[in-house]
Design a protein around this ligand. Structure first.
Ligand SMILES: [Zn+2]
Length: 312
């Protein structure tokens, strides 16, 4: 039985923008080997350092970084960590590797979405030298000390998303594939930012995770879910509802600005209804990036419409 004392996993709360339980990094310690799963954004580097120090470690004591995907809230700190500790091995999906080596495209698209809030939200993102990167496709095993992680390719949220599966512990580290739910809650908020969102592919990734029969899921936003079957069933439902809402707004003929406003208001109202404490509802609304989720879903329903129309 894994207890918190002998678990190889420690959750580090990165306290993003001063808000606890927004972004989690996981410290993995096994047989003298130390790794981080999703070290988070560059803006929370000092919090990450403090979390490592609480476990008697510094950046120099790390051996590897495992990335579920390269979005800045998960991987923005990698370049700075590698600059400080050039021995770090960084495991990432092959489609994401080139954006770690040259983050200019990633930063330009994030810059379009976040404007002058970029630095506050994500900090100074540095490139990662190619030699530090290990590109994965899914199907491999990554070993940290005595822990083996089976690598699953789980696109949907991002086309380069990986899930790390510890069969010994029966824990699936699913990044953002399982949405946003604070540990202990049941309310789920989708995370559907542009540009890769694809519902059909996403559901297949959820099938692949379910097929493992995990004892628990670990979500970056935020923490463990101990009833994976129920969580995944609720999440599928929510994703379908959100997509249907986005589609009906898109097809309504409203201006994009108006449709976006309606989407954000509808989801914020639903969140306030489902989450009783107002401060917690605001937490979900802020972390969920509702406008981004709207843009991601709009892009998806537009693409689907284009596909269904003959190219004449
Ligand atoms: Zn995320």
């Amino acid at each position: 039985m894994t207890t918190p004392e002998n678990s190889p996993y420690k959750t580090i709360d990165l306290n993003w923008t001063g808000r606890p339980k927004s972004i989690a990094s996981v410290l993995i310690q096994s047989d003298g080997v130390n790794a981080l799963l999703d070290p988070g954004p560059a803006s929370t580097l000092e919090t990450l350092r403090a979390g490592l120090a609480q476990n008697g470690l510094g950046v120099q004591d790390l051996h590897a970084i495992l990335l579920t995907h390269i979005h800045l809230d998960h991987a923005g700190a990698v370049g700075a960590l590698v600059a400080e500790n050039p021995k770090l091995d960084v495991f990432v999906h092959e489609f994401g590797a080139k954006h770690m080596i040259d983050p200019s495209k990633l930063l330009a698209s994030a810059g379009r979405l976040y404007g002058d809030k970029m630095d506050f939200l994500y900090g100074n993102v540095l490139p990662v030298p190619e030699d530090n990167l290990f590109a994965l496709a899914g199907g491999e095993t990554v070993t940290i000390g005595k822990r083996n992680f089976a690598i699953l390719y789980t696109p949907g949220h991002a086309s380069h998303h990986l899930t790390f599966w510890d069969a010994q512990d029966r824990t699936a580290f699913v990044g953002d594939v399982g949405g946003i739910t604070i540990e202990g809650d049941t309310f789920i908020m989708p995370a559907t930012p542009p540009p890769d969102v694809d519902l059909a592919v996403w559901n297949k990734s959820l099938d692949a995770i379910s097929a493992l029969a995990p004892a628990r899921l670990f979500l970056t936003h935020f923490g463990y879910q101990h009833d994976p079957a129920a969580h995944i069933a609720r999440y599928r439902q929510k994703l379908a509802e959100w997509t249907a809402l986005a589609r009906s707004l898109f097809e309504s003929g409203k201006s994009e600005e108006e449709a976006a406003k309606e989407f954000v208001e509808a989801v914020a109202a639903e969140t306030k209804h489902d989450v009783r404490a107002a401060s917690e509802a605001d937490h979900y609304i802020f972390n969920g990036g509702l406008y981004l989720s709207w843009l991601g879903l709009l892009r998806y329903v537009k693409k689907q419409k284009e596909k269904s129309q003959p190219l004449t």
